[in-house]
Design a binder for this molecule. Structure first.
Ligand code: PLP
Length: 390
């Protein structure tokens, strides 16, 4: 039987494939250090787990409103208003099972064949996948290592056209750890405010900024009205498996996105939403401690990578990824990914898993203990020395 042709346009996330291969090697008795994962290696803080368990015990085990529980929409609006310095209405906040559904439904609700979508490359692979799936035209915005993996307003201006329907931006970024500086954001905001298009600002790593504070595009004049301001619980609160995310969306998108939710998942599990309320309104001590640990690991990883033969790594300003340049190793990104997994027991991702502009790089997630990071760097060094000597 032939399957739908649209499936050929749908991409995937290589992280899940590498994880499966690493698990298969582990099943054969090999030891693998996991640096391919895009999730904090910390437990969800106990008070958040307790709130979820209590909600289940209290009987929140039924369907609930498709856009989200009012109590979570209010807490999320308050958090976004406070952290972004703009007034976000609870009625404009929608809740979904993860941040990811907003990427899928956000593109589905706004774009169709003939429309152009600008997105970062290298970038989170789901952006390009969904753009292609809906038949819109992907317009990659290359990120430059020499600018700390940011881009300039001129780079964006060059790509904006009357057919640009949506611009997707992500700061702090996956896979590079890059952060767009506030001065660049100010210029981008002016450009976008004048252009008739939607903006999807993926800010799921907003709490993980190691120098200065997070600068949100949604805080600039005129932008909140046209922006899907995307936030999540997965990264900040180590809640990847809970599947919970939210976004403040333009007024025009509240009803259509809710309708898409009703057609797909009906609603987000209410007990998990109560855990989300506890996360947004409760103590932040454990989150801060986790981010401090990421900061320490960042130093360890960047120093370690820069000491490896053929590798150079700029200091990432956010998230929990380093994106070293590996061109001088003489290996392609995919070759290095495969050889590190098979020969050195280190799982990480080729930069090309994040788009064509990721060639020459690999992504190292430092969501692993300092001990394991040190061991992984040593294994990488051994392999690269063997390669250089052969
Ligand atoms: N956006 C970016 C940039 C990400 O890196 C991820 C997860 O890796 C997501 C969105 C999706 O997060 P969630 O687990 O909330 O769906």
């Amino acid at each position: 039987m032939e399957l739908a042709s649209g499936l050929s346009r749908l991409g995937t996330e290589t992280a899940f494939e590498v994880l499966a291969r690493a698990k298969a090697l582990e099943a054969e008795g090999r030891e693998i250090i996991h640096l391919q994962i895009g999730e904090p290696d910390f437990d969800t803080p106990a008070h958040i787990v307790e709130a979820g368990v209590k909600a289940l015990r209290d009987g929140l085990t039924h369907y609930c409103p498709a856009p989200g529980l009012p109590v979570l929409r209010e807490a999320a609006a308050e958090y976004l208003s406070r952290t972004r310095g703009v007034a976000v209405e609870p009625g404009r906040v929608l809740v979904a099972p993860g941040a990811k559904p907003f990427l899928f439904f956000g593109v589905l609700a706004t774009c169709e064949p003939g429309d152009e979508v600008i997105y970062p490359n290298p970038g989170f692979p789901i952006y390009e996948s969904v753009i292609r799936f809906v038949g819109a035209t992907p317009v990659p915005l290359p990120l430059h290592e020499e600018r700390g993996f940011a881009f300039t307003a001129a780079d964006l201006a060059e790509r904006l056209s009357p057919r640009t329907k949506l611009v997707i931006l992500n700061s702090p970024a996956n896979p590079t750890g890059g952060v767009v500086p506030a001065e660049v954001n100010a210029e981008i905001a002016t450009l976008l405010a004048e252009h008739s298009c939607f903006l999807l600002s993926d800010e799921v790593y907003s709490e993980m900024v190691y120098e200065g504070t997070h600068d949100s595009l949604a805080s600039y004049p005129g932008l909140l009205e046209k922006t899907i301001l995307l936030e999540g619980f997965s990264k900040t609160f180590a809640m990847t498996g809970w599947r919970l995310g939210y976004a403040a969306v333009p007024e025009q998108l509240v009803e259509p996105l809710t309708r898409l939710f009703i057609n797909c998942h009906s609603c987000t599990p209410p007990a998990y939403q109560m855990a989300g309320v506890a996360a947004l309104t409760g103590p932040m001590g454990e989150v801060r401690a986790m981010i401090d640990e990421f900061r320490a690991r960042r130093r360890l990883v960047v120093e370690g990578l820069n000491a490896l033969p053929g590798v150079s790594c700029v200091q990432p300003a956010g998230a929990f990824y380093a994106f070293p340049n590996i061109t001088r190793t003489g290996l392609s990104a995919r070759e290095l990914q495969d050889r590190l997994l098979n020969e050195a027991g280190v799982a990480l991702l080729a930069g090309t898993a994040f788009g064509a502009h990721g060639e020459g790089y690999v992504r190292v997630s430092y969501a692993n203990s300092q001990e394991n990071l040190r061991a992984a760097l040593a294994h990488m060094g051994d392999l690269l020395e063997r390669t250089a000597g052969s």
